[in-house]
Ligand binder design. Structure first.
Ligand code: FE2
Length: 297
């Protein structure tokens, strides 16, 4: 797997290693306190083969192998939002590491939307499937790194950004600085919310390292995936934002979203991710079955 490490810039600044999961173009992160070796995992993927309906944990295992090789102690299993393009390994990682798993508290409102799409009135209980549901402004620590939660909706209504020292995990708000921004057309998403979230992130200190959730190379002149740029770099060079008004951005974003197909895994993934990545409930033959609505999208 393609990986890259962004070094700590001093006490309270995490060392960040990104892992590129190429099937879905997702970037998974390990943020570690270099002094204490305490670490947080962010947006780790559970692999899924849509043709066979089969899940695998190869990517998540690769991240755990890295954690072990580095002598890190995982104390948080974090997600930024219930992802539409991939399944999340949160439940499995919680089991493997013993660390609490967490996501934003508005996952409950996202579940309300999807309960209707799936016609599963009793499905999804965020309080059961996550140990911690973060509100805007909540804080937590790992080692000497202080983390703060910023609500950053737009892509979904309940996405959160984790600001950890001079690093921020901005998920599907920004794309890499040579690409632009993320889509805002999923249920609960709006271009207005996304604009406000992007501006709030750009108000972080100039040298804040922003780590994005996805990349889909080849892009322009580069072959390798990329995911890190500073606030100052995005402000100066992000093609969706530099020199753009709110109205220009919202039109550009909405026009582009109309051209994008839905992610091929979306209907499979949401029903699993809204359960923290658990393949449950099992039917009487011991298997989990997906429920896919016809003609709703
Ligand atoms: Fe997403």
């Amino acid at each position: 797997m393609f990986t890259r490490t962004s070094p700590s810039t001093g006490p309270g600044s995490p060392e960040v290693t990104g892992f590129y999961e190429k099937d879905t173009g997702s970037v998974m992160y390990v943020a570690a306190c270099p002094e204490t070796k305490k670490a947080a995992l962010i947006d780790i993927v559970m692999d899924f083969d849509p043709e066979a309906g089969r899940t695998r944990l190869d990517s998540a295992q690769e991240v755990l192998d890295f954690v072990k090789a580095q002598g890190l102690d995982v104390v948080w299993v974090l997600d930024t939002h219930p992802h539409a393009d991939h399944m999340m390994a949160s439940a499995w990682l919680k089991e493997q590491t013993g660390a609490p798993n967490a996501i934003g508290e508005k996952v409950a409102e996202i579940a309300d939307l999807w309960r209707d799409y799936y016609n599963m009135p009793d499905a999804f209980d965020a309080k059961r499937d996550f140990d911690r549901l973060f509100a805007d402004g909540d804080t937590f620590t790992f080692g000497n790194v202080e983390a703060r939660v910023m609500l950053s909706p737009g892509h979904t209504l309940g996405s959160i950004t984790y600001v950890m020292g001079d690093a921020a995990f901005v998920h599907d708000t920004f794309m890499h600085v040579d690409v632009g921004t993320s889509r805002a057309d999923f249920p609960g998403g709006t271009t207005q919310d996304l604009w406000n979230s992007l501006q709030a992130i750009l108000a972080l200190p100039d040298d804040t390292r922003l780590f994005v959730g996805h990349d889909y190379p080849p892009v322009k002149d580069r072959e390798d995936p990329a995911w890190e740029a500073t606030v100052a770099e995005h402000r100066a060079n992000n093609p969706h934002l530099a020199g753009k008004s709110e109205a220009e951005f919202r039109k550009l974003r909405a026009d582009r979203d109309k051209t994008l197909p839905l992610p091929d895994r979306m209907l499979h993934a949401l029903q699993v991710n809204l359960r923290g990545g658990r393949l449950e409930p099992l039917e009487c033959d011991g298997n989990f079955y997906f429920k896919i609505p016809a003609n709703k999208f």
